[in-house]
Design a protein around this ligand. Structure first.
Ligand SMILES: [Zn+2]
Length: 578
């Protein structure tokens, strides 16, 4: 390992603390000062980490041994000997004992509100019998006329009583819960299964026609199976009664999710579907000291006029809660196999997936948000959809350029199925793809429906980097697991959980995967000068790992323990009980 050595003078200049107006105006003077009586009022660090293998993700100094933190920011990065001198009485000293330290992981597209985790029946199980059991239990405590909601169901991972993989259907759900309406949502979120009671209450019969952008699945004889896709699920809105989700539930959801996700190493999340209620929940949890990471809000497009009226624009907020982007959704999902593709799904020659917005709707939506100065994100998985979104972004940049010709850094969630033309255009208009990172590993059994060939241009990390595109990491949890180390492993190995390799041409190195999961995420929210690397002056968000992902067997990266997650200089995981 290469250790950087600096003289004290170089070290202090490098720290840049004075330039940033931080509390070491003159470190040489500070060192001469008498020992502090309490706290670190003399300018000594609040926290120092020493004896670490630090991967800074900062090209000016990629490796270091130690760093110091004050007022929630890094004030110096360098060798253990130098940094140790910044510790005084009252400084917390962490001896990392040669463990690995990386910048805090940033997930740019995720659904971390936590309310479903707390209130819905968890269908992340592996047999239909278990699904019936969790639904039956939930129904027993649900008043008549109210929905029983299941979530995190994954249709390709569940076996029936004979040990065969098969999808659930309305009759399975009827057996478990005959008298309540039941919805079991796929963990991908775009499709759901309903029981007969729900169909009856919504007056959905076998005579119903598929609406634009939606589909009712049928057996060969025309009978509905209970699977309802994309926009067709809207027939159930307003049907039956929902358990009321209160402000307190939402606040508890933020607390729950932020505890769960900082345990995996996340220090910033981009919430991909924010309503005014959700925004309030973040503020409630933050005010109560219960929010353990930072959040970048992506408001649903329905809020555009209200945000304009309130004078709230991209960048509004503070280091913990910031807005954000205007969000649209233009096609189906990868895990639900409804993304809109130019070539059909393997084995279903007439199935090209589903567009959920027309070309005109995409164009007009982009125009409305872009002309008003907002950053935009649009959900687009398939190559057909990505093309339409890029057209709208290209038009917006051409007709209404940003000051100085700057990129608006509009995003495309999830930019999954790429081709050379899309890559070139994405680079030219400075679009930031928020790419699924855990999918190759976790959803392996689904990739045969896309095919080996197409997988060579899906989750295209290598291609994005080679085109100079600032691809970032978006797990999209609930649809994908959020654990950043699983994302790292998946990007580096391109292996699914059975060991099968998909599109090895898209492999990236550990350092590149780290960059995607940290500094590129910061770029996506215009915060690359504030976070995303271990650099003096930036927010002190970092993670201590039990092993070095550069050293372990790449197939074991996801098993590396997250020893400590620190946000703004404060340990957020493990939770310190007082
Ligand atoms: Zn999403």
């Amino acid at each position: 390992m290469k250790t950087m050595k600096y003289t004290r003078g170089e070290f202090v200049r490098m720290g840049g603390a004075a330039a940033l107006g931080l509390a070491i105006p003159d470190a040489a003077e500070a060192l001469k000062a008498p020992a502090p009586q309490e706290g670190t009022q003399d300018g000594r660090a609040d926290l120092v980490v020493i004896n670490a293998r630090v991967y800074t993700v900062d090209d000016r100094m990629p490796r270091a041994e130690a760093f110091a933190v004050k007022h929630g920011r890094f004030i110096a990065v360098g060798s253990t000997g130098d940094v140790r001198n910044l510790a005084g009485r009252g400084t917390q000293v962490i001896d990392a004992e040669r463990m690995t330290v990386v910048p805090g992981f940033i997930d740019t597209h995720i659904h971390p509100q936590g309310v479903s985790d707390l209130l819905n029946a968890n269908c992340d199980v592996r047999t239909i019998a278990e699904i019936k059991e969790v639904l039956r239990k939930r129904a027993a405590e649900t008043p008549p006329g109210y929905w029983v909601e299941g979530f995190k169901y994954d249709d390709t991972k569940v076996k029936d009583a004979n040990g065969q993989f098969r999808r659930i259907n309305r009759w399975d759900l009827d057996e478990a819960v005959p008298n309540h309406p039941v919805r079991v949502s796929h963990r991908g979120g775009h499709i759901a299964w309903f029981n007969s009671k729900a169909l009856e209450m919504a007056r959905v019969t076998r005579d119903i026609k598929d609406p634009p952008g939606g589909r009712f699945d049928r057996r060969a004889d025309g009978e509905l199976t209970g699977l309802v896709e994309e926009r067709a699920t809207r027939v159930f809105s307003g049907v039956g009664k929902q358990v009321e989700v209160t402000r307190a539930h939402r606040q508890a959801g933020v607390k729950f999710a932020s505890e769960m996700m900082t345990a995996g190493g996340l220090t910033t999340v981009g919430d991909g579907g924010v309503s005014p209620d959700a925004a309030m929940a973040y503020q409630d949890a933050f005010a109560a000291g219960e929010m353990r990471y930072r959040v970048y809000l992506h408001y649903g497009a329905a809020n555009l006029e209200a945000l304009k009226a309130a004078g709230i624009y991209t960048g509004f907020g503070h280091d913990w809660i910031r807005f954000g982007m205007i969000k649209y959704s233009a096609d189906g999902s990868m895990s639900g196999r409804t993304a809109r593709l130019s070539q059909p799904y393997v084995g279903r020659p007439s199935d090209y997936g589903i567009l959920t917005m027309t070309e005109e709707e995409i164009r007009d939506g982009v125009e409305a948000a872009h002309r008003n100065g907002y950053q935009i994100e649009i959900h687009a998985n398939g190559d057909v959809t990505i093309d339409l979104v890029l057209k709208a972004y290209e038009r917006a940049h051409q007709l209404w350029p940003r000051a100085g010709g700057a990129f608006a850094r509009h995003q495309i969630e999830h930019s999954t199925v790429m081709n050379p033309d899309l890559l070139r255009r994405m680079a030219a208009v400075g679009v930031v793809p928020s790419m699924f990172t855990t999918y190759v590993y976790y959803h392996g059994e689904k990739w045969a429906e896309y095919g080996e060939d197409r997988m060579r241009s899906m989750f295209a990390a290598r291609s994005f980097l080679d085109h100079g595109i600032k691809v970032s990491a978006g797990s999209d949890y609930v649809p994908g697991p959020f654990e950043p180390l699983m994302g790292l492993q998946s990007m580096v190995t391109r292996k699914d959980y059975t060991g099968k390799v998909w599109g090895e041409n898209q492999r990236v190195t550990v350092d590149e995967a780290l960059r995607i999961s940290t500094i590129h995420g910061a770029y996506g929210s215009f915060e690359e000068d504030v976070k995303g690397s271990i650099t003096a002056g930036k927010l002190a968000d970092f993670v201590i790992l039990g092993q070095d992902p550069h050293d372990v067997d790449p197939d074991q990266i996801l098993k590396i323990p997250v020893v400590r997650t620190v946000v703004g200089g404060k340990t957020m995981h493990p939770i310190e009980r007082v």
